[in-house]
Design a protein around this ligand. Structure first.
Ligand code: PXL
Length: 326
């Protein structure tokens, strides 16, 4: 067969055999060139580094098991500060184990102090106690002192669907509010936004006036940029509102509403947003990309009829996401 008629797969297989499988043919040549063509061109830009502060839910795709792969997929070094280890997340499972790691946080941070580290961004999510909130506030302060450009993104994970998660005391929103006050960007869902601002929770759809009032109240907490998730003006679309308190501009990134409630989507969105921002994209571009990435993961999960507690299939979207963001 003429090579032009061979499929890419056949071509690749024959090349691969020649280079790697101990070909005994004396006429064979060994090609030591890597498969990529621009491998030799060094990336002279300094690699970005993010610190992700969340729990490890061993099963159920949320928090660190989502943040680590998504942020890493964009070529960003991702350090982790695990706040707890659970057998699963707490949404919809009973009998989960919970090992609190508060005692480890300060020693880990003290060790890091000897290494002179800086981070391009700190992204926090699920925190188990007021004490952990205070530790995270102080780590933010100390890393901001080392590098004032460290971007602080706080997801005040504590509630959804109009209800505070059962593991938290009623006063927990006060703690999260104080953490939000030291962030550059906060990414609450509608329930968390209402709890943070003492606004009675209302089910969607919302008026634009309601959303804008909520964004204004959230901005008063301190962060200059707000990304509010779970925004819906009708029964067909769902998305985010990005508010920049300095310019007063609000931008929406909406997508087709998919029926059903899937766990871990907030972490999928927050991780994609963080990674995209660290790659230097604008907030509205990042929100659009993160919404699309999350919705694609939900669609894949729904099509596969996966148990909604098991998280969403974001893994099969990582390659396209990385291409989109580079
Ligand atoms: O996805 C947010 C989240 C993170 N970590 C734990 C959770 C949840 C939501 O339920 O339970 C442990």
């Amino acid at each position: 067969m003429h090579s032009a008629q061979r499929t890419m797969k056949e071509l690749f297989n024959s090349e691969f055999r020649m280079q790697n499988c101990g070909n005994t043919n004396n006429n064979s040549t060994t090609n030591h060139q890597p498969l990529t063509t621009n491998h030799h061109k060094r990336n002279m830009k300094k690699q970005k580094r993010v610190l992700a502060v969340h729990d490890i839910s061993c099963f159920g795709r949320c928090s660190l098991t989502v943040a680590l792969p998504i942020i890493s997929a964009l070529g960003i070094e991702t350090s982790v500060l695990p706040t707890a280890v659970l057998s699963t997340h707490t949404g919809g499972f009973s009998g989960f184990t919970y090992r609190d790691l508060t005692c480890d946080l300060v020693p880990v941070l003290k060790h890091w102090d000897t290494l002179n580290l800086t981070f391009d961004a700190i992204y926090s999510g699920f925190l188990g106690s007021f004490e952990q909130i205070e530790i995270v506030k102080s780590l933010i302060e100390s890393y901001k002192k080392k590098d004032k450009d460290t971007l602080v993104i706080v997801d005040p994970v504590m509630a959804d669907n109009g209800e505070l998660y059962k593991v938290f005391p009623k006063s927990f929103p006060l703690g999260m509010k104080s953490l939000c006050s030291v962030a550059d960007i906060i990414i609450p869902n509608m329930t968390e936004a209402c709890l943070l601002t003492d606004t009675p929770y209302a089910k969607p759809p919302y008026t634009e006036e309601f959303i804008k009032t909520l964004l204004n109240k959230l901005a008063k907490i301190g962060a200059k940029k707000i990304v509010l998730t779970g925004v819906a003006f009708n029964n067909e679309e769902l998305g985010t509102a990005c508010y920049d308190a300095e310019s007063g501009v609000t931008q929406y990134a909406m997508s087709k509403l998919i029926d059903g409630f899937y766990h871990g989507t907030g972490d999928c969105f927050g991780s994609a947003l963080t990674a995209t921002l660290v790659k230097g994209k604008s907030l509205s571009w990042a929100a659009r990309a993160a919404v699309d990435f999350t919705v694609d993961a939900i669609v894949r999960t729904k099509d596969a009829e996966t148990d909604i507690r098991f998280g969403v299939n974001f893994e099969e979207g990582l390659k396209d996401f990385a291409i989109l963001c580079t």
